[in-house]
Design a protein around this ligand. Sequence first.
Ligand SMILES: Nc1nc2c(ncn2[C@@H]2O[C@H](COP(=O)(O)OP(=O)(O)OP(=O)(O)O)[C@@H](O)[C@H]2O)c(=O)[nH]1
Ligand SMILES: [Mg+2]
Length: 359
Amino acid sequence: MPVIKGSEIGFATLPEHVHRKSAKKGFDFTIMVVGETGLGKSTLINCLFLADLYKQRKPVNVDKLVDRTVGIEKKQVDIIEKGIKLRVTIVDTPGYGDSLDLNDSFDAVENYIDQQFDQYFKDESGLNRKNIVDNRIHCCLYFISPLGRGLSQLDIQFMKRLHKKINIVPIIAKSDALTPNEMHALKKKILREFDEHSINIFRIPECDSDEDEQFRRKDQEIKESIPFAIVGSTITIDYNGKRIRGREYPWGVVDIQDEKYSDFIKLRTFLSLHMQDLKDVTSDVLYENYRGQHLAQLQIQQESDPNMTTERLLQLKQEEIRRMQQQLEAMQEQIRCQSSQPVSSAAQSCDDLSPKEED
Ligand SMILES: Nc1nc2c(ncn2[C@@H]2O[C@H](COP(=O)(O)OP(=O)(O)OP(=O)(O)O)[C@@H](O)[C@H]2O)c(=O)[nH]1
Ligand SMILES: [Mg+2]
């Protein structure tokens, strides 16, 4: 798993914005990227974390796309800054929107989100409450095509179905395809469509009263740039005596960090400043909503079956024991693997042994 210094990738201020309690325990954050094939999801993730997390991925033949199901892929990076370790998990959804039946795309993503809530619910009611690994999705970067005239039917249906379960952060992909006027008009149109379809995207909370003027201004700028219009690139170019990450065209060079046409820096600042808020909303609003519904369902089942309580309790305990056994086996395997290899290669190959949660 790549380990990156936060200041080197623009996350230097992150430790100032996470709760002291989370910082002490280590900070887990999970981002899901969703959007049609080819909109630049993997490229943006590589730009944000300056790590090529997808180099083993093979391109899919076009004729295979129509009957493709959504695969869920998890990658992790560790970011270390000022003594705080942030573990970012990226959940990618290749194949989203490729199938002829859109419900396939929605079902796969929704099932994954529900499974994480469900696991958290079980862990909360288990013996190991203090050491719960929080795999819930804290932020969904949703990629919108720059070439449509606003949201597509796929975008609208997905968001309406899932906005109560995830924090949606909308992204206009490949914004180098748009002139500034077109970009401005598209942002306005998309915001209007969110209202028309009553879609809740993540709202940045009001600044705390003790924040200074500079912070307020920065935060306001970020609020006004949503949906973030992004240019991504995996290559670096020498340009005007500087080494930049950009895209080279016959008519010129696009620097992904140039705020004139790319909100990349604003997106990165948004993640730094609001990671804790995204986690809080996930925990206090989205998960609570799920939990309430889940408990109500259990109660209905209980009423129709008086033996349910004991059975359910037994089932919960068995699930807990099975999960602990799996963890123990994975830890033993990791220890065995680390003690039999040199340090650097052990870290690499032991990563592959971690239990794959998505299956
Ligand atoms: N013009 C332009 N091209 C981009 C941009 N970002 C990525 N690309 C290119 O678009 C192509 C697809 O990028 P990916 O990052 O693989 O797209 P993806 O959304 O991960 O695609 P899947 O994994 O197949 O769903 C690549 O050739 C990228 O170089 C961008 O901002 N502008
Ligand atoms: Mg990809």
